[in-house]
Ligand binder design. Structure first.
Ligand code: ADP
Ligand code: ZN
Length: 728
């Protein structure tokens, strides 16, 4: 990558803006000049918009008409490697650059005039003469060292006048910072002693540290509880020791709290956080400080990949197989893959951690592209749970009951012993189906092709697709029969009801994301569960991910067959991963654990593989099947979704596109469909999908661009292209 250029006042510069235009715009460099990569404010018609100085301007028209950059923003310029990253993601995902820039500048209000609010923190000077009033101020700052106060907040909290605070500032005992966004993050100290590592762990750390210079991707595989987190924290330590920045991606916000505590224990301070639960001010601060190198470590969600790291030395993708790293709207990228790209552009390391790697990563190890490090056993005394099936064909259960007598006995034994059980069902709400007994109609969403799910806790029916909700109806919306609506099947809330009835003496608690109004409430609940205050936990997918429940010795999976239904080719992989993850919750400390899978098909190959724990056999069989079908990771798939309020229109355009697909066939690609998309209607828009299959190395992006350019689409129709779709 070339060095950034400097432009003198009046030089022509091409500016990329976040406006939906398909080209860069020419401006004159402002007074004082500007660097390539500078974030600037430029005039666009009557407005001022945010942009980045992209390259030298073309200057092929009248100079006199070209307007000037208004000002250069007070943030670090975008690095060449970041610009390249945005270009590559844009090319791969076929996303316009303007949209990429929006991703990269998601710091809210970047470009706003800096707020002049001042904040106060404890200063360095401690020798000053202390009056009572002054001491009160310092006491408040000491007690809440994490916080920064405005003048009014601080003087109110201390019960003094603002002049007392001002006096302390003069003395240097209190520090005044211009704006919250200029506050560097507390220093992380990588030299603090870490835990003493097991032999396995030490070997893994040594392997990660060996020739750590330059780009490399390592798959860190190890069962839950094997100590992967401790291992990659050591990789973070090495990275920080080299003075480079580290990024740790987690698949779920709910996991951050526990992780931050561990980071604090290891490095003596908290890292920066980046996800939707972080306040605007804090995000603005993080964005700016990351850019200036004043945030050594960021813990966050997938979009943290687009933060303007000054010197990124390591990216950890924890639970790398998790499907939430790929989102189904906005810019369609897989954070795991883009982490690898980002690191390769800056000569950084990637660590992909998982107990159950994706088939993609497994294949990349096989192909020699990634290095694999494996932690074979659990840390310390804890052993992997024993896996067993409960054959539901052998169990007799009354209607509307889902906990088999066998599982019930196992839970009772745990309650007696003062141990915890987890009953897992991957369905939120009370019941998945609300059905009219008079006409057989199932209550559906008005806007989507989805059933409404009763949430008794919220006293509403909800659509899990679009979030639409309505009161639980008394009469059938279809035939108007009164009091004939009944619920069918279990959700997590209904299962909790059953458990409460079965185990009246036990404390039962539900862990499902929608039952908590805030991340904080959820965090508190998780802490309670971990402390062992609950006997029976009823949980959805949320509990499967990474939490530590030391007293948990039994996991009961209510319906192990659930994920095996449906036509999705990834169903086997997902079920395998989810079941292994859930089972991994059991027996994480000194007591051995048991995982019991309720199933109607114990002989199903996937269920067998889960029970036997024969991973290599499972993966090679799965890999072979995928290779034969020519699907990822051995072939390339692209989903092209057409959506319109008019189902007919979407379908007809899809047919026309399928007929006229010469640019695709030219590169040997096959086209399937149109067929209803996996979610056939969302928010009132009907969706059809064309599926395109190509050789792994075919120039698919260019072909797609040429192909879609052949059609003039009606305004009511939206087209979105999903390279490497999650479901196929
Ligand atoms: P994983 O990330 O593989 O699930 P963790 O790193 O979370 O595993 O480790 C599981 C548990 O074992 C945690 O409670 C962790 O603190 C503990 N642990 C792991 N390694 C060590 C070690 N070397 N010394 C002490 N405790 C450890
Ligand atoms: Zn809906």
């Amino acid at each position: 990558m070339s060095e950034p250029q400097f432009f003198h006042q009046g030089d022509l510069v091409a500016v990329l803006t976040s406006q939906p235009l398909d080209r860069v715009l020419d401006y004159k460099a402002p007074e004082g000049g500007c660097w390539q990569g500078a974030f600037v404010e430029v005039p666009l018609g009557p407005r001022k918009v945010l942009g980045v100085v992209w390259r030298a301007g073309a200057g092929d028209y009248d100079h006199a008409k070209i307007r000037s950059v208004i000002r250069v923003l007070d943030v670090a310029p975008m690095q060449q490697s970041m610009a390249e990253f945005l270009r590559r993601v844009s090319e791969y995902t076929l996303t316009p650059m303007s949209k990429m820039l929006r991703l990269a500048t998601r710091a809210p209000g970047l470009g706003d005039p800096p707020s002049m609010r001042q904040v106060y923190r404890l200063g360095a000077q401690t020798e000053a003469r202390m009056t009572d009033a002054r001491q009160k101020v310092l006491a408040v700052l000491e007690e809440f060292a994490e916080l920064s106060f405005t003048l009014k907040e601080l003087s109110d909290a201390a019960g003094v006048t603002s002049s007392v605070v001002k006096g302390l500032v003069k003395l240097g005992a209190v520090e005044e910072l211009a704006t919250p966004q200029d506050m560097p993050f507390a220093h992380l100290n990588p030299s603090l002693p870490g835990k003493s590592l097991s032999e396995d762990q030490a070997a893994a750390v040594a392997q990660l540290q060996a020739n750590s210079a330059g780009y490399r991707t390592t798959l860190l595989k190890g069962v839950t509880g094997s100590g992967k987190t401790e291992v990659y924290l050591e990789a973070v330590a090495s990275c920080l020791n080299e003075g480079r920045q580290a990024l740790v991606l987690l698949p779920e916000i709910a996991l951050t709290a526990e992780f931050l505590t561990r980071v604090e224990a290891r490095f003596g301070a908290r890292p920066a956080e980046w996800h939707s639960g972080v306040t605007m001010t804090e995000r603005r601060r993080t964005w700016k400080m990351v850019g200036q190198g004043h945030a050594q470590m960021v813990v966050g969600a997938r979009s943290a990949l687009f933060l303007p790291f000054q010197d990124l030395g390591l990216i950890v993708v924890d639970e790398e197989h998790d499907s939430s790293y790929k989102q189904e709207d906005g810019v369609l990228y897989n954070a795991r893959d883009m982490a690898v790209l980002r690191a390769s552009l800056v000569g950084g390391q990637v660590v992909l951690a998982s107990a159950t790697p994706s088939l993609e990563s497994w294949a990349n190890v096989e192909a020699g592209k990634y290095t694999k490090i494996e932690l074979k056993s659990r840390f310390g005394a804890s052993v992997l749970p024993e896996m067993m099936a409960i054959d539901m064909r052998q169990e007799t259960l009354p209607a509307d009951r889902w906990i088999s007598p066998r599982l019930q006995k196992m839970v009772e034994a745990r309650i007696q012993a003062g141990e915890q059980s987890l009953l897992f069902i991957n369905r939120r709400g009370y019941a998945p189906i609300t059905l009219c007994r008079a006409c057989g109609n199932q209550v559906g969403c008005d806007h989507c092709d989805a059933r409404m799910v009763e949430h008794r806790f919220l006293k509403r029916l909800m659509c899990h697709q679009c979030g639409e909700s309505k009161p639980v109806p008394k009469i059938c919306p279809s035939c108007a029969a009164e009091d004939r609506l009944a619920v069918v099947g279990p959700g997590v809330e209904r299962l909790a009801e059953e458990a409460t009835a079965l185990f009246p003496e036990a404390k039962v608690a539900v862990l499902s994301s929608d039952l908590f109004g805030s991340a904080r409430a959820l965090k508190e609940q998780i802490a309670k569960l971990a402390a062992g205050e609950v006997d029976v936990i009823i949980g959805t997918q949320l509990v499967a991910k990474g939490h530590n429940f030391p007293k948990l010795t039994l996991v009961g999976v209510i319906d192990a067959d659930l994920g095996l239904q449906g036509s999705d080719l990834r169903a086997a992989e997902r079920t395998f991963q989810l079941m292994r993850q859930v089972a991994g919750r059991a027996g994480r400390s000194d007591k051995p654990g048991v995982a019991a899978l309720q199933t109607h098909q114990p002989e199903h190959p996937v269920i067998r593989a889960i029970l036997d724990g024969d991973e290599e056999a499972f993966w090679s069989a799965e890999a072979q099947a995928r290779a034969q079908a020519g699907v990822p990771p051995y072939g390339r798939l692209v989903g092209v979704v057409l959506s319109s309020p008019d189902a007919q229109e979407a379908f007809e355009v899809g047919q026309a596109m399928a007929r006229n697909c010469q640019p695709l066939t030219q590169i040997g690609a096959q086209i399937f469909g149109p067929a209803p998309a996996p979610i056939a209607r969302i928010r009132g828009r009907h969706r059809v999908r064309l599926l395109i299959k190509a050789e792994k190395n075919a120039p698919i992006q260019a072909a797609l661009t040429a192909w879609t350019a052949l059609f003039k689409l009606p305004n009511s129709l939206r087209l979105s292209i999903d390279i490497d779709p999650q479901s196929f």
